[in-house]
Design a binder for this molecule. Structure first.
Ligand SMILES: [Zn+2]
Length: 206
């Protein structure tokens, strides 16, 4: 398997890159319990992008589960397959809780968190590189994030369960622009209250 890129993304940092159809991306949670927010766009038509709604609706219709796992196909707003999860050591990934933002931090954790760095800001930095902005920021995937649903229907963010060196692998089903936010959140346990680096390896598919 020939490696195309091998990048360590520092704690709290954004990153973006393009994969060609058939290439494979491995996201490695180097130190454990690190949430990795991700968005996907068609680089040839940026109006086509990841759709959490279409992905979960199709998964539910197929009798699938609420979380993303090995075999999950991530769909675009055009209903086309963008990437497929081909391997995973974590077991489940969230695509409901959204990305953390300065605004939601103030509501959830108090006004003093207003100026803490957040995933939404990371995404906006990367979106700007491709001529996109706030209106292009859609619901995202949270790899390695543990978001259980309580019996009363409440959705919570709990301690991450991924182990050091845990990984998730995705195969591009079309050319795809990938945006990453290595989540900087320290007000809930999604990063074990300690954001850490991740590693992303892109390679030719076998
Ligand atoms: Zn975040």
């Amino acid at each position: 398997m020939s490696v195309i890129s091998d990048m360590v993304v520092p704690a709290r940092a954004p990153y973006s890159f393009t994969m060609k159809a058939g290439q494979v991306m491995r996201i490695i949670d180097l130190e454990s319990q690190q949430a990795v927010d991700a968005l996907f766009y068609n680089p040839h038509d940026l109006s086509e992008r990841y759709s959490a709604q279409d992905t979960l609706a199709a998964q539910a219709a197929a009798g699938g589960k609420y979380y993303l796992e090995t075999g999950s196909v991530l769909l675009s707003n055009e209903g086309r397959a963008m990437v497929t999860i081909t391997a995973d050591t974590c077991g489940f990934h969230d695509t409901n809780a959204g990305a953390c933002s300065c605004e939601s931090n103030t509501v959830r954790f108090g006004h003093e968190t207003r100026f803490m760095h957040a995933c939404r800001e990371n995404f906006l930095v990367e979106l700007g590189k491709y001529g996109m902005g706030k209106r292009d920021l859609v619901s995202n995937v949270n790899f390695f994030m543990n978001v259980p649903i309580r019996p009363n229907g409440e959705l919570t963010v709990d301690d991450g369960v991924s182990e050091p060196g845990g990984y998730v692998e995705l195969r591009a089903e079309m050319d795809v622009l990938v945006l990453i936010s290595n989540c900087p959140q320290v007000n809930n346990p999604c990063n074990g209250f300690n954001p850490t680096p991740i590693r992303i390896i892109v390679s030719e598919g076998v």
